[in-house]
Design a protein around this ligand. Structure first.
Ligand code: ZN
Ligand code: ZN
Length: 128
């Protein structure tokens, strides 16, 4: 699978026992459908987070192509917090794209990762 941003081949990376796709060039992470739920473990909070997703229809940011179906992804606004956190989501629901740091950001904001397990893993990846 190629990175939707820089077209590099992504590598499989194990994150808290979930296999995600990671681009070593730009630091982006692709999560297949359902993997965010697996990572976050807390079903209730994950649902709250997913329910807060809103499609940003007048976003001027460049829309990337889904690495699976190659359709242009939707820009998704996460929650009410500022500054706005924008994710890319496949319109067919194949998965979600996180630019470098965005996965950490979403975990921070939603306070979803109580024991900071995933945060530490991410910090390790991005510091190396
Ligand atoms: Zn990349
Ligand atoms: Zn897709």
């Amino acid at each position: 699978m190629d990175c939707p941003v820089c077209k590099n081949a992504m590598i499989a990376l194990e994150l808290a026992e979930v296999e995600v796709d990671y681009c070593t060039a730009c630091g982006g992470i692709w999560l297949d459908a359902g993997e965010l739920e697996l990572l976050l473990a807390d079903a209730e909070q994950t649902k709250e987070l997913l329910d807060s997703f809103k499609i940003d229809s007048d976003c001027t940011e460049k829309r990337r192509k889904c690495p699976i179906c190659l359709k242009r992804m939707q820009k998704i606004i996460v929650g009410p917090s500022r500054p706005v956190l924008l994710l890319d989501k496949c319109p067919r629901g194949d998965g979600l794209w996180f630019d470098k740091g965005e996965l950490q950001d979403i975990l921070n904001r939603a306070k979803l990762d109580k024991d900071n397990k995933i945060q530490k893993l991410l910090a390790d990846i991005f510091s190396g």
